[in-house]
Unconditional design. Structure first.
Length: 159
């Protein structure tokens, strides 16, 4: 592992991840006044079905192509914009596509910055989902927590 990537994403993501785990653990230990039981109305599906694997492979190939075009034709800002957009959907194929393109097509600093942007964007979107789809208190707390993690995740780009 190169030393440049350590300072750029490994340490910041470990710090943010540790903070998230700590706060999540503390949150899970608090008492909830209205303990509700979850009733599952559907059977869980096998996540290893071939259709899921094919969809992921398709997304991976599309992200490789989109990342390549963004770098070649749009430059760094295009990749950063793509990272923000991918945070709304699925960041895994995007991140895997970046790692395949680094360092031959994507410079290391662009790839690491894009990963931080995509992860932060994904946190904000998850917070919005929680705010819209859950109770007011849980949604507000989730949105605030995930937005805070997104800001902390972007801090290395500002320093």
């Amino acid at each position: 592992m190169q030393s440049g990537i350590n300072g750029k994403i490994v340490y910041p993501l470990c710090r943010v991840g540790g903070l998230a785990v700590g706060i999540g653990w503390l949150w899970s230990k608090r008492r909830d006044a209205n303990d509700l039981k979850l009733i599952s109305e559907s059977e869980p599906k096998n996540p290893l079905e071939i259709s899921a694997a094919l969809l992921f492979a398709l997304l991976f190939v599309v992200m490789l192509i989109a990342t390549h075009f963004a770098i070649v034709y749009l430059g760094e800002r295009g990749v950063y914009t793509l990272a923000t957009i991918m945070g709304v959907t699925d960041v895994d194929p995007f991140i895997m596509g970046l790692t395949q393109a680094t360092p031959t097509l994507t410079p290391l600093h662009v790839a690491s910055s894009s990963i931080l942007i995509a992860a932060s964007s994904n946190n904000v979107v998850k917070g919005i989902y929680a705010f819209v789809l859950s109770s007011r208190q849980t949604g507000t707390m989730s949105l605030a927590f995930l937005s805070g993690l997104a800001v902390l995740g972007l801090m290395p780009l500002l320093i």
